[in-house]
Design a protein around this ligand. Sequence first.
Ligand code: I24
Ligand code: DGL
Length: 266
Amino acid sequence: MEAPIGVIDSGVGGLTVAKEIMRLLPNETIYYIGDTARCPYGPRPRHEVRNFTWQMAKALEKKGIKLLVIACNTATAVALNSLQKYFSVPVIGVVNPGARAAIKHTKRHEIAVLATQGTIESGAYEEAIASLSSSAHVVPLACPTFVPLVESGEYKSTMAARIVAAGLQPLKQASFDTVILGCTHYPILQSYIEKTLGKQVTVLSSAEETAKDVQGILAQRGELATGNPQHKFYATGSVPIFKDIATDWLALSNVAVERIQLTSND
Ligand code: I24
Ligand code: DGL
């Protein structure tokens, strides 16, 4: 089926998820909304994140998507369950795919989760992991300096290495063998995270696992696309800034970006 896959995110970070979907499913069209005007969601109260996430989902529903991906971990953590109840198309988040991959991988049954404050406070990863395994133990860590670091553009500097090492300091005494990058931005810092944690630890990104989930669901429903993709991107904030980052990250030459206004009552 040629209807687009909807992807929603607090901003540009969800492009890490969109990119994995494009790589695994090159025929699929993606309609992406980034709420760049109200990013970041990580430090916001949960009712606000839930409200914003609903607004994006409804805007894409109107455009006729066949499946909705909540690419933002913070939005998934607080809004996935309610969106799944309301929407008739399948709605998938990034938390369960990451949790499932970690359970499959861990030998010590000890998994660290790195995420924003909102995701960590929600307990969503602990809940997802507990529902998959009764023996797995979770070490949660909020890394509030990581999103600002990536968004500052200084993510390749020696300062970045130091900020990552400092942020991961609380994990020093823990004995996990698997880490979930429970935030859209963290794959950008993956090599620093791996260097800090050492070779005994495997770092998994939710983005890649989520793309596999999308593939599985569409295949099962007989809804995989076969044509040429025609992606569309919508930003609530600056169109040129969004376009620059998307062009760079997705390595595409003609990224179609439009401004979108989100309101609560439609
Ligand atoms: N990466 C992210 N957000 C930014 C950024 C970045 N600026 C440089 N890089 N800015 O997220 C957020 C500010 N808003 C303002 C309003 O409009 C939208 C942006 C991570 C993106 C992950 C795909 C660094 C950078 C880049 C290109 C690709 C990847 C990347 F410039 F990390
Ligand atoms: N997209 C968010 C997440 O994955 C990170 C950026 C933000 O705080 O909005 O949790």
